[in-house]
Design a protein around this ligand. Structure first.
Ligand code: PMP
Length: 351
């Protein structure tokens, strides 16, 4: 039987176990479905679709709506099936055999995973012991590897730590190729690299509908970047990659911006409540600018605590066996009721 490419054969897949439990706080989704009125509007659009025709290949209406949201031009926007596919298209376009992407671990596992799948070499830098970015290490890695792509993630998954403007500007100065700032959780953070995007700056910022916009099921993400790069990505991605339903859903969702902003504000407040409650328990916590919090039980084994939470109907992300994150767990901010259930279960699990 045929086997995969030699360079893929030893790679592990990426997955988060989907367990059927009462309280699922493991994949950083929005805790609520889209706002009232979204579904009815989408159904109407779907009824009116020309099903026998291909979708608008350059998704003009969606692109225009995203551009308006960020105050940029439509040709500075590239969208795809989830920000993962945006990242993949970047690697297909600027990575590949003989090229390198730099990552600073621990960070979002898909950056190095997608790089490898696209045949891109990976240069790995280490974060500091407190999991913050070390600019001297960035300088060392980009000088040695001269990467075509440098990945940052802000807020970083799974730590929740936010890179400030000075740090992103420094990495932009140091990195010889394209800087990708993955802002899947950008709405929950106090600062965004979007303001640095310009046609003469080798920077793209990626965003997703999966978190803030309550649309993880739809698989839609995008980037904002220089026009020339967006045109190059358009050439690489498959024709008609965004189906008509998704284009409509993405455009309609942006009509609910005030409701979404209110939800983000509520989640940020809830994050404060959850973090304060965690601070009273026997765990170390990292300050989060995202819709999740990384923590580490001080006295108890992390995996053991994960299992004890699961036994009580609460699923969080088990990072305890991941390199550099020994003993750590990550919890998504949910509804008040879900977070209360998590805190009660955690108190028991730590007892
Ligand atoms: N980037 C980061 C940092 C993420 O955490 C995620 C979701 N886990 C993604 C990208 C992918 O999001 P999407 O659902 O848009 O593919």
């Amino acid at each position: 039987m045929i086997g995969p490419r030699d360079d893929l054969a030893l790679m592990e897949g990426y997955h988060s176990p989907q367990v059927d439990v009462e309280v699922r706080l493991n994949t950083n989704e929005a805790p609520e479905p889209p706002p009232e009125g979204f579904e009815a509007a989408l159904v109407e659009e779907i009824r009116a679709l020309d099903w026998h025709r291909y979708p608008d290949r350059s998704y003009r209406a969606l692109r225009g709506a995203i551009a308006d949201l960020h105050g940029v031009a439509p040709d500075q926007v590239f969208a795809a099936n989830g920000s993962n596919e945006v990242l993949q298209t970047l690697c297909l376009t600027y990575g590949g055999p003989g090229r390198t992407a730099a990552v600073f671990e621990p960070t979002y596992a898909l950056h190095s995973h997608i790089a490898r799948i696209t045949g891109t070499g990976v240069a790995t830098g280490e974060r500091r012991a407190d999991l913050g970015l070390d600019l001297e290490e960035v300088r060392r890695v980009v000088t040695e590897a001269a990467p075509e792509i440098t990945f940052l993630c802000s807020p970083n998954n799974p730590t929740g730590l936010v890179e400030d403007e000075a740090t992103v500007r420094s990495v932009l100065d140091l990195a010889p190729g394209l800087l990708v700032v993955d802002e899947a959780y950008g709405q929950f953070a106090p600062w965004s690299a979007l303001e640095l995007v310009a046609d003469d700056v080798p920077l793209v910022v990626t965003r997703t509908y999966s978190k803030t916009w309550s649309m993880a099921a739809a698989r839609l993400g995008y980037l904002v970047g220089p026009r020339t790069l967006v045109a190059q990505l358009d050439q690489v991605v498959l024709p008609y990659h965004l189906d008509s339903m998704k284009q409509a859903a993405g455009r309609l969702a942006l009509g609910f911006q005030p409701a979404m902003e209110a939800r983000v504000a509520a989640l940020v407040e809830e994050r404060g409540r959850l973090t304060a409650a965690l601070a009273d328990l026997d765990v170390d916590i990292w300050p989060s600018g995202a819709n999740f919090v990384l923590f580490r039980p001080r006295e108890r084994d992390g995996h053991d605590v994960w299992q004890r939470l699961l036994d009580r109907g609460v699923l969080v992300r088990d990072c305890s066996g991941w390199p550099r994150l020994s003993g750590c767990l990550r919890v998504t901010i949910g509804t008040t009721a879900e977070d209360d259930a998590f805190l009660a279960a955690l108190e028991e699990a730590l007892a």
